[in-house]
Design a protein. Structure first.
Ligand code: GDP
Ligand code: MN
Length: 382
């Protein structure tokens, strides 16, 4: 579960990480009022659950009321990588000399959390990680002992952070690890951690992903999740339907039963040159109405150009699923997007016979089904 920037900043600020003065706003006048209270210049920042907002036009700086209005008008209501922006964070603009990166994540290869520091923070950190991995200093942490102060200092030193702010950056990193540990974090990241001309550091962005399965012992964060989901219609819908659903940025919708099978389908879509639009697990024993709800979910995503259904029957029966697909699609005068189905396992043959091929494309193998769906999606985008 991913917190919004404004929520993550609150969590970080409560733990003592310096963050800019900020207020949330949902209309143009609200932005102006907030900007006046905070004092110009301000940054106006789209609150949606995607990275790279800066490059996508979701962040603007404003020096006065006119510019604040202009920024608010262009960002509020915009479609940012498929997400509708209905709230912005208005924030004291930071006058910075450097943009650092600090983050904690789980290194599955090592089986340990890893602290990362780089002086090449800002909007290009993904490229830096790929092209110049040595520009990111890494320090693995033994969770039984936590992060030793010398480890934080070492990571900061290895990254080449300037002496004048090294202590402050180490302290932010230590706090970040503490938070990651206390709050059952999956990732905790500050990018950029800005260095000001007065040699202060301040978290200009904040990312906090929480382990979903630990939410039961993080009631405050669970509450934030409800608020966060409230910002996105599709996530809300998924909650109502009781689906495990993750929205992604591509155009090939994916429905499957069982998390592993859905992940495999996602990987295959990527392998065949497509881009997954979502992760959607309908779970075991999927009955007709659940299938209809799943289709409703993917069709509600404007980015979706084709859908691949990947069902492996066990408790779930192929004929049941096929009936569900037919029933759901018969309700449309025109099928919104092409649907490709692959059935395997219990009653798959019965299922294949039942499927109405006027409504769906049926493929025998998973590879064929995925390839077909990717082709359909590509045809539309051309
Ligand atoms: P992201 O693109 O979604 O990761 O959003 P960020 O919050 O990291 O902002 C992207 C970029 O916008 C930063 O790297 C900065 O260059 C710029 N930016 C964000 N906030 C401020 C600010 O308060 N002042 C200034 N000058 N630039 C900012
Ligand atoms: Mn950022």
């Amino acid at each position: 579960m991913k917190l919004h920037e404004y929520q993550a900043k609150q969590v970080f600020a409560d733990a003592g990480v310096p963050t800019p003065d900020s207020q949330l706003a949902s209309d143009v006048d609200g932005v102006v009022t907030a900007a006046e209270e905070i004092g110009y210049p301000v940054a106006v920042k789209a609150q949606v659950q995607v990275g790279g907002r800066g490059k996508a036009g979701g962040i603007k700086l404003a020096d006065d009321e006119d510019e604040a209005r202009e920024a608010a008008e262009s960002i509020l209501g915009m479609d940012l990588k498929g997400y509708h922006v209905d709230r912005v964070l208005v924030e004291e603009a930071v006058d910075f000399t450097d943009e650092l990166y600090v983050g904690i994540t789980m290194d599955r290869g090592e089986g340990k959390p890893v602290a990362m520091v780089s002086t090449k923070g800002g909007v290009n950190i993904e490229e830096v990680a790929e092209e110049d991995p040595d520009a990111i200093a890494r320090e693995h942490i033994d969770p039984a002992f936590g992060m030793h102060p010398y480890q934080a200092r070492k990571a900061v030193y290895d990254a080449g952070v300037d002496q004048s702010v090294a202590r402050d950056v180490s302290s932010v990193l230590t706090t970040l690890y503490q938070l990651w540990d206390d709050k059952d974090g999956a990732d905790a990241e500050i990018n950029p951690l800005m260095v000001t001309s007065d040699d202060d550091v301040i978290a200009a962005d904040a990312v906090m992903n929480i382990d979903e399965d630990a939410l039961f012992r993080q009631p405050e964060l669970a509450e934030m999740e409800e608020e966060a989901a409230g910002g996105d219609e599709l996530e809300q819908k998924a909650d109502e339907y009781g689906f495990d659903y993750v929205r992604l940025e591509g155009n090939t919708g994916i429905i499957g039963n069982g998390a592993g099978l859905v992940m495999t389908t996602l990987d295959l879509v990527d392998y065949y040159g497509g881009e997954p639009a979502n992760f959607l697990d309908v779970g075991g024993g999927a009955k007709a109405d659940r299938i209809a709800n799943a289709l409703d979910m993917v069709f509600s995503d404007d980015n979706v150009e084709s859908v691949v259904f990947n069902i492996f029957g066990g408790i779930t029966r192929g004929d049941e699923v096929a009936k569900g697909i037919n029933e759901a699609l018969e309700q449309f005068d025109e099928i919104p997007k092409p649907v490709v189905v692959r059935l395997a396992g219990t009653n798959w043959e019965e299922g294949m016979e039942i499927l109405n091929e006027d409504l769906v494309t049926v493929e025998q193998t998973l590879e064929d089904a995925v390839q077909r769906a990717v082709e359909y999606a590509e045809e539309v985008s051309e």
